[in-house]
Ligand binder design. Structure first.
Ligand code: AMP
Ligand code: MG
Length: 494
């Protein structure tokens, strides 16, 4: 484990052509303070967690001091936002400090979000609100806890200066960890400005660092595209199965390693509703739950266009035909796992279709329904029936489900254990997240952020000792979302 001043930095992005970035240090702030620190993030980058107790920790990660070995920069990119091309994006408030290699040889980007305006800021202040930083910080850890590919979080550093949105607000710097920050939009920028050499340079860079096994293949770009397509389909299938809605699936928020950035107005569904979007500004529901799989395809096709001088467009189209079947297969497997079923035949399809109808037509908590189902038929499953207005409908469904369980040849205990390992007991519900934000913003009490981080990093089981240490009441956190707080929405402003 390393100290702050001997993190193992390399800075490979800064060795690329200068058009790809602006070399820039973060802007200093007055008296930065630690809001929350994530020891799991520190472990990823080989940082001794004890270092978080030093006052220098906040100084380094607010950008007041430069970590030895880091060569900071803001990345250039463009992208499609809500279906329209925006030629001018880039890290307006983000600074990539460099990559840190941990003891296992894994390299992680360290990125500060809200570290002052860069040349891509377009007149904005280069800062991020404390509330939006808390949202993104916890999203990374909660998604990871659900085994969903994501960026991770190291810390939130509070800053004293107020920033101005609709009202004056507290600001913070989010310290984000990711295996890459190269986006679909990074390629789009150079494609649409007629600069194919930079597209090639970026593709070669990502292949060198993330797919070294194909570097010498004649069709390496096509294989690269295929792999990203597969990772994107996997990512979105996992979102769908867990009811996660990203809210802003613009191409500048999609990374070529199959993760997403910039968790803003995101949310998990309370009840099953394909039209749900947590993004209040998305009035057409472009990024609603039921649209995400198709948007993944749309974004990949936009990225494919940007690669058209590297890959024959016919071949890109051919690769794209694999998206839907790949996605369908993964999603079906995941839903099978949620139900504890491995035989995924036409009876399973029918069972799933009927279940979605039942969940849609009744006030059922999506997450807690699946969790409760693992107690059927032998455990205490009386609660399953409660939200259904027509008891016979759910009983009929359960009878058919039981027949499919019996075909599997697994014991009740085996199935329960497997189901409880994929259906979380705890979830980053909007109202829980909002409560953590309110406590932080109104009372400078950050304990709820810590509680949610600890709880959601392992959301599948009770951990009495840890719950006691952090004062976590499992029944409170495992409850359905109260009716008055169902389906919450947020605006994009942050
Ligand atoms: P995001 O919502 O974080 O994906 O941001 C979309 C684009 O707007 C990116 O180019 C950001 O860098 C930029 N941006 C958003 N807020 C700010 C801000 N306060 N200052 C500078 N740039 C910003
Ligand atoms: Mg973004």
């Amino acid at each position: 484990m390393n100290k702050l001043n001997n993190l193992n930095f390399t800075n490979t992005f800064i060795d690329l052509s200068p058009e790809l970035y602006q070399a820039k240090s973060p802007d200093p702030v007055v008296e930065p303070y630690l809001v929350d620190f994530n020891p799991e993030g520190a472990e990823l980058i080989g940082l001794d967690p004890v270092e978080s107790r030093r006052p220098e920790f906040a100084e380094y990660f607010a950008g007041n001091k430069l970590l030895p070995g880091s060569q900071p920069l803001a990345m250039a990119y463009s992208g499609h936002q809500f279906g329209s091309y925006n030629p001018r994006l880039g890290d307006g408030r983000g600074i990539l400090l460099g990559e840190v290699t941990n003891g296992n040889g894994h390299k992680w980007d360290i990125h500060l979000k809200g570290a002052g305006p860069t040349r891509f800021a377009r007149g904005f202040d280069g800062r991020a609100t404390l509330r939006s930083s808390i949202r993104e910080y916890l999203a990374g850890e909660a998604l990871h806890g659900l085994n969903i590919p994501t960026t991770r979080s190291l810390a939130i550093i509070g800053i004293r200066d107020l920033i101005y949105r609709e009202t004056p607000e507290l600001a913070a710097v989010l310290v984000r960890i990711s295996d890459s920050h190269v986006r679909f939009g990074s390629f789009e920028l150079f494609h649409y400005t007629n600069n194919p050499n930079r597209v090639t340079e970026l593709a070669d860079y990502v292949i060198r660092h993330h797919h070294p096994d194909i570097e010498n293949e004649s069709d390496k770009y096509q294989i690269f595209f295929r792999r990203v397509l597969h990772k994107t389909a996997l990512l979105i299938a996992k979102w769908q199965a867990s009811g996660f809605v990203h809210g802003v699936m613009n191409t500048d928020n999609m990374c070529v390693t199959g993760v997403t950035f910039d968790y803003g107005p995101y949310g998990f569904i309370d009840r099953f509703d394909p039209r749900y979007t947590p993004n209040h500004s998305d009035t057409n529901g472009r990024y609603a739950l039921g649209q995400q799989a198709e948007i993944g395809y749309w974004n990949l096709s936009k990225w494919g266009e940007a690669l058209c001088h590297l890959i024959d467009p016919e071949d890109i189209l051919e690769e794209l035909t694999q998206y839907q079947p790949t996605y369908n297969k993964i999603y079906r497997d995941l839903m099978g796992q949620k139900l504890g079923l491995g035989i995924l035949d036409s009876e399973f399809t029918e069972l799933m279709g009927n279940l979605f109808q039942l969940l849609h037509n009744n006030p059922v908590d999506y997450t807690n329904f699946f969790r409760a189902l693992s107690d059927y038929p032998e455990g205490n499953h009386a609660g399953i029936f409660l939200p259904f207005s027509n008891r016979k409908e759910i009983e009929d469904w359960l009878d058919r489900y039981r027949r499919l369980i019996e075909r599997e040849g697994t014991t009740f205990e085996e199935r329960k254990q497997a189901m409880d390992g994929v259906n979380p007991k705890f979830l980053l519900r909007q109202y829980l997240l909002q409560r953590a934000i309110d406590k932080a913003v109104k009372e400078a009490d950050f304990s709820e952020i810590e509680r949610l981080r600890v709880l959601l990093q392992d959301p599948f089981r009770d951990r009495p000792d840890i719950f006691k240490k952090y004062n976590i009441d499992p029944e409170y956190y495992a409850s359905d979302t109260p009716d008055s707080m169902q389906g919450m929405q947020l605006s994009c402003s942050a």
